[in-house]
Design a protein around this ligand. Structure first.
Ligand code: AR6
Length: 191
């Protein structure tokens, strides 16, 4: 599903983020940046050791990456140019600042992308796997945070790459619902 919003195309894609070609893809990492399971494991195994070596250098400097923050590396053997690594919150029932932290992950990734001249960026559904964030709530945060960036025309394309059809359908429904009441839409076209 593609929609053009104020000159930014917002895409929902059902698939594997390691095979798409964007300026940057986002990794749902952990604070060690040393890889793991889920999308993190898939990105490191498809991208090769260059990504891990850059992550090691970053960790040497900063110790660990706090939840909600983001850092950038090259993308090794992946088709994209950069990987932006962010750490989403672990779901602990919803009263531990999880929503704000998840929003920070999206916002800080987008900010870092702009600083690096990224025009097209793809996100996985951060925190909704191993970190157990409920997907309905996570989709509302992801879509509304991304839409806010379309009030300015910083990006050509922002995509959510959803690994399962169920998650894709939830994101698609959330996207429609938010668009109906969103006040930042100056121009919306179905592509
Ligand atoms: N492409 C797109 N999405 C994917 C892919 C893929 N190749 N593989 C999985 N997903 P998760 P988290 C989806 O667990 O919840 C790691 O071990 C998956 O279906 O990857 O933020 C890290 O090292 C889910 O919807 O990330 C951390 O320790 C979404 O990506 C921890 O997991 C996120 O699931 C982070 O947990």
């Amino acid at each position: 599903m593609d929609k053009l919003i104020n000159n930014t195309t917002i895409s929902l894609i059902h698939g594997d983020i390691t095979i798409v070609k964007f300026d940057a893809i986002v990794n749902a990492a952990n604070s060690t940046l040393m890889g793991g399971g889920g999308v993190d494991g898939a990105i490191h195994s498809a991208g090769g050791e260059d990504i891990l070596n850059e992550c090691k250098k970053i960790i040497k400097k900063i110790g660990s990456l706090p939840t909600g923050e983001a850092v950038i590396t090259t993308a090794g053997k992946l088709p994209s140019k950069f990987v932006i690594h962010t750490v989403g919150p672990i779901w602990r029932g919803g009263r531990n600042n999880e929503a704000q932290l998840l929003m920070n992950s999206y916002n800080n990734s987008l900010k870092l992308a702009i600083q690096n001249g990224v025009k097209t960026i793809a996100f996985p559904s951060i925190s909704t796997g191993v970190y157990r964030y409920p997907v309905q709530e996570a989709s509302e945060i992801a879509i509304s945070t991304i839409l806010n960036y379309c009030k300015e025309n910083n990006f050509e394309k922002i995509a959510m790459v959803l690994y399962s059809k169920d998650f894709y359908n939830i994101y698609a429904q959330t996207f429609e619902t938010i668009l109906q009441k969103w006040d930042g839409v100056k121009k919306v076209c179905k592509l």
